[in-house]
Design a protein around this ligand. Sequence first.
Ligand code: MIG
Length: 633
Amino acid sequence: MIRKFTMGRPIITEAVTAEFMSEKIGAFPFKSKTENGCFSFSFAMRKDDIVYGLGEAVRGINKRGWIYESYCSDDPFHTETKSSLYAAHNFIMLGGSSSFGIFIDFPARIRWDIGYSKSDEAEITICGMDFDIYLITADSPREIVREFRAAIGKSYVPPFWAFGFQQSRWSYHNAEAVDRVIDGYNSANIPIDCVYLDIDYMDSYKDFTINESAFPNFKSYVADKQSQGIHLIPIIDAGVKKEDGYEIYEEGKANGYFCKTADGSIFEAGVWPGICAFPDFINPEVRRWFGSKYRYLLDMGIDGFWNDMNEPALFYSAKGIENALDEAAEAKGKNLDLGKFFHLKDVFMGLSNSRDDYSSIWHSVDGESVNHQSVHNIYGASMTKAAGDYFSEAFGEGKILMFSRASYIGAHRTAGIWFGDNHSWWSHILLNLKMLPSANMCGFLYCGADLGGFNENATRDLVLRFLALGVFTPLMRNHSALGTRDQECYSFENTDDFRDIIEVRYRLIPYLYSTFKKASEENELIFRPLSFDYPDDKIARECETQLMLGEECMIAPVYEQNVSGRTVYLPEDMRLVKLSGTRVEQQELEKGLHYIEVALNEIPLFIKKSKKIPLCQPALRTRDLDKDSLEYI
Ligand code: MIG
């Protein structure tokens, strides 16, 4: 059952598609208070209750014992002491003797103190007085997720080829660099379906332009790649370069489509192209305009996009720089005591994504001027909606691949997400694993992390182990930052191991795709915490290094360096299947703890009793997969 409680006059986010009768907030059955323009409520947690949710966030599947914030943030350090990443996924769920879920439809800041201040209490603070709270009750966490997902509408399903392996880097600067990647994979006989174009494919980082000297005859280049079964996926950034004569900027300016400052002038801030203006995606007319601009690349044969920097990320504003320079001038020639020195340092360090800058942005919502802070968390989601609405209008569903960095619940209907700028750290294999079920709860099914890690240099074994998790994630993309060591599979010694891993992915695609479609149709999760399936099994309840996948199996990737395997907990008798290339090894295992040997080129998979999964023969492209001759294990 779902009850909706309304306070004030909430901003329409379109997160929820089903209709519910609003009850007054006074009827909300939790202890609550109003203070300093914020509404907070709390609930007690018993010792072994698990708190699930919050989608893309740091820390565990069980969110207890930390304080989180819904505030979309461009933060490339995903350490456990952070409170926000790129998304605002305002859904949590208490799983224990009583279970309920809560979705807060509110696009500004929310604080989730989940047993941080008081270990047996959760206190949630909504920083505003206009919101909807949905209270979802059902018999089990899985049931609650299903009800919630039914209310927010079906999850986006990408094209079939989006399940193929994808290679990215910031950046393949020109056509030759892209060709080298494709050749590298072809010569190593490693399957691949997509190569990414990061910001350098553009002319001066201008959205919907091509750097013609780097990519001459782009349209025929794209067609040539398509004929080889390769999809090129360009990035689109939220900021639009301020440049006279640049069509997007001129049109946006002429029509008043950009975000404003308090005095009505265009809000400007520096991002990749230098000073940019920011489309007011909250306005439906602006969405229609910006969405239709993707046409330029679609006409060139492009059929996939990733939307970046849409929290929105702001490197600096002129005001911020001026203020910092004033402070620096003030300090010049002075003997700075520690307080002054660190203050000065903080002023410069705080230039990017500054909350002062966000506060100086104004949107137009139904003709009314609304401060950015009130809609911050739907800015990126609205950019994605702009494109998604255009794609479904122009092509119908499921034709165009798209995923976004910033997101809000509701965007799961039009796109996927990737988990942003992780690191080439072993700990991030586990962090990214834990995000999967949480993202699924919030409707985001097409998701994945930068495999091998984005920031810093990866080692060969890390890439292999990361890929072994990625074999199961709908988005399987290797991506790496500017200046890092080559991370393409063929750039390491003994590429056979990489082929073995990625071939397993291609063998599993029919299974993964049908599991995905079913999860979207039936509002199910692809990845579930073990506690969903084995609520009475203490070890399973606390296990956060393994996941249930679909109805059939369990995964348990290796996440540490210099180990030849790992301990796996089987909550019931299962069959261990080790997959490597076309090799399949099987072994029955009894319920309990087992140490499993896993070589770098092997994928362990645990299949439940009386379940089977299909495998096809591998191919170098998804289009060449023979989905009709399946072998079952
Ligand atoms: O400030 O486009 O998360 O995937 O490679 C960095 C360059 C901007 C951040 C994205 C990352 C991408 C990078 N972008």
